[in-house]
Every structure is written in C-alpha cells, then in structure tokens.
Design a protein around this ligand. Structure first.
Ligand code: MF3
Ligand code: CO
Ligand code: CO
Length: 295
C-alpha cells in the first residue's frame, strides 16, 4: 500500500481495515454538507487528474499513483486504501471488469475502456466519483455503451428531489439503458455516504418499488450504474475484489455523489473549476488527440 503522511486525518478503518458501524443517519448536518462539498471536490479533481493521463501504454498502477498523489497533496486520504483490506488508492476496471478492479502492471491498450473510481476522505467525510474513459481508438459498440451509461446515470440523478422515492432513480436509469438492449448490474448499487464510506441507505440502479424510501433534504448518496453490453450475470475473481461479467462482454460505469437540496439536488463531486471528468472527457478517444485538459 502507498503511504499517507501522518498529518493527514484517516477514516476509522485505515489501520484495521474494518469500518466501524456508527449507525445509519441518512441526513447530514449543515456542517457535514459543507465538508461533503470539499470531499466531493477533491475526489472530482483527482479523477480529472487521472483522466488526463489515460492513454495507451500507461499502467493502471501508474494511474493509481497519480490519483493517490492528487489526494494526498491536498490533505485527503484515499478512501479505498485498506477499506476492508482493499490494497490500492483507486479502483481501475478495464473492459469486462464491472467494478473494483485492482490497479496493477497491466498497460492500457488501444481500444480498451477503463473505469477509474476515486474516493477521497477529508474533513471527516467521503466523496465518491467515477467515469469510464476511452483508451485510444475504441470500437463503436463500446463507445455507445459508455455514452449510454453516462446518460443513464444523469437520468437517475435528474429525478433526485425532496418527495421522490428511491425506486424512481432505478426506474429512470432503466428507461435509458434497457431500450438499448443493455443489462444493469444488480449486486452492486449506489449507497448513502458521509462520515462513513458506505451507509445503510441503498440506491438500486434497476426498478424495484420495494425501495420506497422518500428522499428528504440533506441526504447524500451515490448514483453509480454499472451497465453491461451482454448479460448482467457476474463472477468474482479469486482476488475477492475484481468483479467481471460472466460472458466477458464489456461493462461501463459512471458515479457521482449527490445531495438532496430543498428544491432538487446538487452534484457534490465536481471540480472547483471546469466540468467534472465524466463531462470533460465524454466520448474523447484519449491518447489519440491533443491532450484534453479542458482548461
Ligand atoms: N468506490 C467504490 C464505490 O463506488 C467502492 C470501492 S471499495 C473498494 O462504492 F474497497 F473496492 F475500494
Ligand atoms: Co460508490
Ligand atoms: Co466509487
């Protein structure tokens, strides 16, 4: 594991690997919301920084080092580091990997798609965001999957407002992804987030009316649909982390952390300046064109 300077405050699991369950408050205090804006901004800016380096030939471990440094440089702890024993500072999920891929010495290849998922802990709370990037010259089917997955995430985000029910989010995501013939992963879902990385609030990305919790101002949670070209069936590698499609067809994912406001929602995982990675790099074949720095 990469080291984090001792001066940087750590989440409760940093040493043991085991998060403590301090009870599930779904609604954040005003001070926590201010802190969540900071954590969300830090995660979003780290994701832009790693996104700028995506190109054929770079290893996912090199991207991990870049994300780690971007967080540590601003005084944040990379939340994934030793979370339930996870060994790296971000997740990198290439092609048929659905989620929780572990950065390693594999070089990204021309035509790959890669989801990079960054979570930052700072001011006592977490911000969690991810995007799927196109490596070089990606085939049209994969590029379409990525574009539709991003649109599906936004359809889910757009229904977030006080009075809406949780299941409306999954219904909106389905309405974008299913007509394309894609499938939506069921085993991994969005989650409440705050002083804990994952709280008990569950946000499925498929429609299930039993999830009838009413959204109220101050709730913070992620929306992070995983959408597959083929079937939704999955398998876990024997590293106990890497989740892949059983049919080995590709999977894409995007994630934001959102706040329920008095009149709608606020995206928390946005940079201080410029658009978030999911927008900045949307549809861009990275490593084939002039660097998409966006600023
Ligand atoms: N960031 C992931 C999520 O969206 C969780 C990664 S947990 C890890 O919830 F342990 F795999 F890093
Ligand atoms: Co998440
Ligand atoms: Co995440």
């Amino acid at each position: 594991m990469r080291s984090v300077p001792a001066r940087i405050p750590r989440p409760d699991y940093a040493a043991s690997g085991v998060p403590s369950d301090r009870g599930a408050r779904a609604v954040r205090t005003p001070d926590e919301i201010e802190a969540m804006r900071v954590a969300g901004r830090v995660a979003a800016e780290a994701l832009v920084e790693v996104g700028r380096h995506v190109r054929p030939g770079i290893t996912t471990d090199e991207l991990d080092a870049i994300g780690h440094q971007a967080m540590v440089d601003v005084g944040a702890y990379p939340s994934t580091l030793n979370y339930r024993g996870y060994p790296k500072s971000l997740c990198s999920s290439v092609n048929e990997v659905i989620c929780h891929g572990i950065p390693d010495s594999r070089r990204l290849q021309d035509g790959d798609i890669v989801n990079l998922d960054v979570t930052a802990y700072i001011e006592g709370v977490h911000g969690d965001t991810s995007a799927t990037f196109l490596v070089g010259d990606v085939d049209e089917h994969s590029a379409r999957l990525v574009q539709v997955t991003r649109a599906a995430m936004h359809a889910g985000i757009d229904v977030v407002r006080p009075g809406a029910r949780v299941h409306e989010i999954g219904r909106a995501i389905e309405s974008v992804a299913l007509p394309e013939g894609y499938s939506i992963v069921r085993e991994f879902i969005g989650h409440g987030i705050g002083d804990q990385f994952h709280t008990s609030l569950q946000i499925p990305h498929y429609h299930d009316p039993r999830h009838d919790t009413v959204l109220v101002p101050g709730m913070t949670f992620t929306i992070e649909p995983m959408v597959n070209l083929g079937s939704a069936a999955l398998e876990m590698w024997d590293d106990d982390w890497t989740v892949v499609t059983r049919d080995l067809q590709r999977s894409a994912q995007f994630e934001h952390t959102v706040l329920v406001t008095d009149d709608g929602h606020e995206l928390l995982t946005v940079p201080a300046v410029g658009p978030p990675a999911e927008e900045r790099f949307a549809g861009i074949r990275l490593g084939t064109e002039p660097v998409a720095s966006g600023d």
